[in-house]
Write a protein that binds this ligand. Structure first.
Ligand code: DI6
Ligand code: FE
Length: 413
């Protein structure tokens, strides 16, 4: 039997399209679904007496947070390369001499599935402790069929062992691996015609992404991978316009991508096509900061055209060594001058849209009963702190999580 719970005496940031805020409100969950939401005084009177009641003491709730762009699964880290960068080397220089992504590829290939799981788990735990209940996880550090499979299996296993919805993305086209050096087109062939169909058949892929940029794959190569994704009816994402504008956004939107991500070098025309294609613009301020980028994504233009903006952690060892979505959100307000409301929508509703997580990122009847209770006087406070906000309570699928570790205990109240 489904458990019905009345969560009352609460203020709610629904994060719906109108960013509705409710005071003196209540939320009723029935099993894993939101059954009713509104002013407490309007609550239906004929509710069963068995329903559990939880007094949230006038605290704020938001939807469970959605981290829609992460490379959470990888082995080792690149602290030493970073130390070189601090002394003057650049990310691109390091990448060109076979470091960068490829050093993480070697470490990830050497790691067993269990080792990869153990290294990714603490990063996931940091995100869960912030109230993340949905996360996207990309492959892209294996770059052989077996190693890409290993990464995606770890991502799926994290979703089974932790109280989080995991959406997996195949990013086989992340970098050209050493065994294909100088043969990028052949590598793309393998990714598009062999690996993608095989991993799709194994149920390991929810979406497909390509790193389309000056130091990665060109639009012709990207299109081959994305066409294969489309053939399998898999949604498309795109690492677009991060280091230069090579037309990635134009290609992605033509193919109805769910999102284009990074976007520092995208222009007004790109923004227009994203809006027309209903493609979410995913901003990754932690990578912008870590790479000391100075070219900002076209924020004013995104705002003027009414684009859907999401913000994500980009958690990865090269450009965003951080496992904090709240830090990314806090940085988006400072570095990109987004408003607190824009970021809040960006880590909930728009993020869910970017990673195809239906019924997530919003508190509405019929949506998943995933929400975060915050001990704050104003909801903006969640983004005001930089490295300090923590939820008072996280509810996933209608169940209060007492532990954000691998084995959640049963609801206690
Ligand atoms: N863009 C990024 O910022 C990350 N991947 C990508 O396509 C960086 C990945 C790394 O450096 O390991
Ligand atoms: Fe990324």
């Amino acid at each position: 039997m489904k458990v019905r719970t009345i969560w009352h005496n609460v203020r709610i940031a629904t994060c719906d399209e109108a960013m509705t805020e409710l005071h003196d409100a209540a939320l009723i969950t029935n099993g894993p679904t939101i059954e009713w939401i509104g002013r407490e005084s309007d609550m239906p009177r004929d509710l069963d007496r068995e329903a559990k009641r939880v007094d949230l003491r006038n605290r704020w709730i938001t939807p469970g947070l959605v981290d829609c762009h992460t490379h959470l699964v990888f082995a080792g880290n690149r602290a030493q390369e970073w130390a070189e960068i601090l002394k003057g080397a650049t990310y691109e220089e390091i990448a060109r001499r076979g470091g960068g992504i490829l050093s993480t590829v070697s470490a990830t290939r050497r790691a067993s599935e269990a080792e990869l799981f153990d290294q990714a788990a603490p990063r996931l735990e940091s995100l869960l402790a912030e109230g993340v209940t949905t996360i996207e996880v990309k492959s892209g550090y294996g770059l052989t069929l077996e190693d890409e499979r290993k990464m995606l299996r770890v991502a799926r296993e994290l979703g089974r062992r932790y109280p989080v919805l995991v959406r997996t993305t195949f990013l086989g086209a992340h970098a050209v691996p050493p065994e294909f050096a100088g043969r990028a087109d052949e590598f793309i062939d393998a990714v598009a015609t062999e690996w993608l169909p095989a991993l799709y058949d194994e149920g390991l892929i929810d979406m497909v992404d390509v790193f389309c940029d000056r130091i990665a794959f060109d639009t012709t190569q990207a299109e081959r991978v994305l066409a294969s994704a489309a053939k399998h009816q898999l949604p498309i994402r795109m690492h677009a316009e991060q280091l230069a504008n090579i037309g990635a956004t134009q290609l992605a939107t033509r193919m109805r991508a769910l999102s284009c991500d990074h976007l520092e070098y995208s222009n007004e025309d790109d923004v227009r096509t994203m809006v027309r294609a209903q493609t979410v613009a995913v901003l990754l301020p932690t990578a912008y900061l870590h790479l000391r980028e100075t070219k900002q994504p076209p924020i004013e233009s995104l705002r003027r055209h009414g684009a859907s903006i999401a913000v994500a952690s980009d958690c990865n060892p090269g450009s965003a060594p951080s496992a904090s979505l709240l830090l990314a959100g806090a940085l988006a307000t400072r570095l990109f001058a987004l408003t607190a409301a824009e970021v809040l929508a960006g880590i909930t509703r728009n993020a869910a849209k970017a990673c195809g997580a239906e019924r997530r990122g919003m508190l509405k009847v019929g949506c998943a009963a995933d929400f975060v209770v915050w001990d704050v006087a104003a909801v903006e406070e969640v983004l005001y702190w930089m490295g300090r906000a923590a939820p008072a309570m996280v509810v996933r699928d209608g169940v209060r999580l007492n532990s954000l570790g691998p084995q959640p205990f049963a609801n206690d109240s």
